[in-house]
Design a protein around this ligand. Structure first.
Ligand code: G4P
Length: 294
C-alpha cells in the first residue's frame, strides 16, 4: 500500500471541511453498510466531532441484514445516531427522508441549546468516495432539490442542496492520508472506494475470496458451484478452479486468472454472491471510540 493514492484535492477537501463545520448545525456521515468501521474516516471523525452527527449506513441492500442490525445496536449503545438506508432503492426516497429527519431531529433536540426558530437545519454531508453521496442527495432531496444561495461567512461556491427542512452541504469524497491497517485498505478496495487501477486485481480477488469464504462459505460455494474441498483450496488454486469452471481459459488450456479475478470482483460488487457484510461490530470495550467529545 505504499502507493501515491491520496490526491491533492483530498487535502483540500479536509481543509474545506474544517472551515465549513463551524457554520453548520450537524453532519451526516455516510458509511458503507458492508464496512461501517473501515468506511469511517478518522480525519472526518476528528473534524465532525464537535457537532451533532448522524451516521448513515448506505447500501444496506448489499449488506447482511442481521449484521446491519448489530451495527445499529452498536452505534446506539455508544449513544451515536445511526440509520441504515439504501439510497438507490426505487421508491425508497420517503423512507430515507423519514428515517433521517427523525434521527436528526431527536439528535438536534437533545443537543440543542440555542433556539432554531423554524430555520432550516444546515447539515454537512461527508463520506468516502463511491459511498453513494450523489445518489443519496438525489434520493433525499428528490425533485425538491434546489441549490441554495451561498451563505454569508461560508466560502463561496459550495454545493448546497435544499429540502423543506434541511440545507445539505455536499463535500467531495475523501479517504485517509495513510492507512493504519491492511484490513481497512483491503475492505475499501473490495467495495471499490480505492481506484482499481492502482491495485493488483488478482491479489484483490484472492483476498476477497479468502475473506468471504470464512463467514459466508455457502454463498461462495453456491455462486461458483464449488464442493467443500475446492472451496478450501489455497487462494490461487481456488481462483484457478473458479476460472476453469467459468471457462476463462487461454490458449494451452491454462486459466486466465486476471479475467477471472476481474469477474469475481465485479460479481461481488454487483451483489451476485448475495448480501454480505465484511465487518462485524467489535466487542463492547471499543465503544469509547465512538463516544462523542464535549
Ligand atoms: P459518490 O457520489 O459517493 O461517489 O457515489 P455515487 O452516488 O456516485 O454512487 C456510487 C455507486 O454506488 C453507484 O454505482 C451508485 O449507483 C451505487 N449506489 C449508491 N447508493 C447505493 C445503494 O444504496 N445501494 C446500491 N446497491 N448501490 C448504491 P455505479 O455502478 O457507479 O453507477 P450505476 O451503475 O448505479 O449508475
Amino acid at each position: 500500500y505504499n502507493i501515491q493514492w491520496f490526491p491533492g484535492h483530498m487535502t483540500k477537501t479536509l481543509r474545506m471541511m474544517e472551515t465549513e463545520i463551524q457554520h453548520v448545525d450537524a453532519s451526516l456521515v455516510l458509511l458503507d453498510a458492508r464496512i461501517p468501521l473501515s468506511s469511517l474516516n478518522p480525519e472526518v471523525e476528528r473534524i465532525t466531532a464537535r457537532k451533532p452527527k448522524l451516521y448513515v449506513m448506505n447500501k444496506a441492500d448489499l449488506a447482511d441484514p442481521a449484521v446491519t442490525e448489530e451495527w445499529i445496536k452498536y452505534f446506539h449503545a455508544a449513544d451515536a445516531g445511526c440509520v441504515a438506508i439504501s439510497a438507490k432503492q426505487k421508491g425508497g426516497a420517503k423512507a430515507v427522508q423519514t428515517a433521517i429527519e427523525k434521527e436528526l431531529a431527536s439528535l438536534l433536540e437533545r443537543r440543542q441549546n440555542r433556539g432554531m426558530g423554524g430555520a432550516k437545519t444546515q447539515v454537512m454531508l461527508c463520506g468516502i468516495p463511491n459511498v453513494g453521496k450523489s445518489t443519496f442527495i438525489n434520493t433525499f432531496a428528490g425533485s425538491a432539490r434546489a441549490k441554495a444561495a451561498d451563505r454569508p461567512g461560508v466560502t463561496k461556491g459550495k454545493q448546497w442542496v435544499s429540502t423543506e427542512k434541511f440545507d445539505l452541504l455536499d463535500m467531495p469524497g475523501v479517504l485517509w492520508k495513510k492507512f493504519d491497517s491492511k484490513t481497512i485498505a483491503s475492505n475499501l478496495a473490495f467495495i471499490g472506494s480505492i481506484k482499481d487501477d492502482i491495485l493488483d486485481v488478482e491479489e484483490l480477488a484472492m483476498n476477497l475470496l479468502d475473506e468471504v469464504r470464512r463467514n459466508y462459505p455457502d454463498l461462495v460455494a453456491q455462486r461458483y458451484k464449488l464442493d467443500a474441498e475446492t472451496l478450501a483450496l489455497p487462494p490461487y488454486e481456488l481462483l484457478e478452479a473458479i476460472g476453469r469452471k467459468r471457462g476463462l481459459l487461454v490458449r494451452g488450456g491454462e486459466v486466465n486468472t486476471e479475467r477471472c479475478a476481474i469477474m469475481l470482483v465485479d460479481e461481488f460488487r454487483a451483489c451476485k454472491w448475495g448480501r454480505i457484510s465484511l465487518e462485524r461490530p467489535p466487542q463492547r470495550d471499543d465503544l469509547a471510540d465512538f463516544a462523542e467529545e464535549d
